[in-house]
Design a protein around this ligand. Sequence first.
Ligand SMILES: Cc1ncc(COP(=O)(O)O)c(C=O)c1O
Length: 341
Amino acid sequence: MSQAIASALSDNATANPRNGAGAPSGYIAYIVFRYSSDASAAKRGPLTTDEITVWAGTLLAEIGGIDAIRAAFGEIIAAKGKGQLVTSIATYEGVPRSVLEHGAELITTPLTAEYGIDLDAMAAKISNKTTATYVCNPNNPTGNMVDPVKLRAFAIEAAKTAACFIDEAYLHLCDDYDANVMTSLLREGHNVVIGRTFSKIYGMAGQRLGYGIAKPELAKQMGMATRMGGVNHLGIIAAMASLADKDFVPAMQPKFKAGRERLYNIVKGLGRKVASNPQASFVFFEVGMPNSAFAAKMMAEGVRVVGRSWPGYDAWTRICVGEDWELDRCETALKKVLALA
Ligand SMILES: Cc1ncc(COP(=O)(O)O)c(C=O)c1O
């Protein structure tokens, strides 16, 4: 297994499985070799079907809980309180929260009319004070994506000032992975960080396993800050099993798609404002009452929804797709609760 992960992440199949010698990333090697021992998986294929294997030695990838990676990124770009992050409102809190914890400035831009991330607005906020930008794509909680041509142009421009973090936690769920994946920016040498996790399409939330891909200098700094990120043996075993199951991702994609489209149509049918074109595992929409009141009413109908709210969107909620029977029950509850809103 150790050899397989090393080759998956680095394409260096000749790395020494005991001490990691020869692997481009000492961190991957350390974690993998420290926590695994199953040599039977040594011949396994690459981590994903995308370009990771092509990066041979030009990049240092760091494996660990993605939260640890984001926190490390936040700590670094916070620059001891002197840094500044530019991101969107209503996005995943990981990096923004970490930046604030380290006393740096957080600049957020409003959503577009379609309730998506506004890259133009973000670009307009970048200045010589900016130490990073963060784009979650598909975005959590809105579920929609930015235009890939625009994102590419934005990242290239933003990276001239400071590292641009593109969070691809949900990317495997979207309709067109190939058109939206941004890893090529790294191969071209731009100062971009890509974040991935096994928590979403692979359903491994709680196992704390994900990876970041960055330019070697930044990855090394992040490696120092994550202090190995709390990777555990069970998570690695589960990740390896997930990667070996080549049919899994293509089998799950249509299920997520059918679920989010059904949910989207339900809330649209109820006349709610809803974030356009959901591409992840949830739908974000307006409920006409404080999020907490909505969650309580849904609970009374036997449906638990995330009671979280995002600044400026207190009367909105995010509901995740489930099995058909769960969506049946959710639909019935939504019709009752929102009819009164
Ligand atoms: C955009 C995004 N990135 C990352 C994560 C979490 O990843 P992990 O479970 O690997 O910490 C989440 C979880 O909700 C998320 O929404």
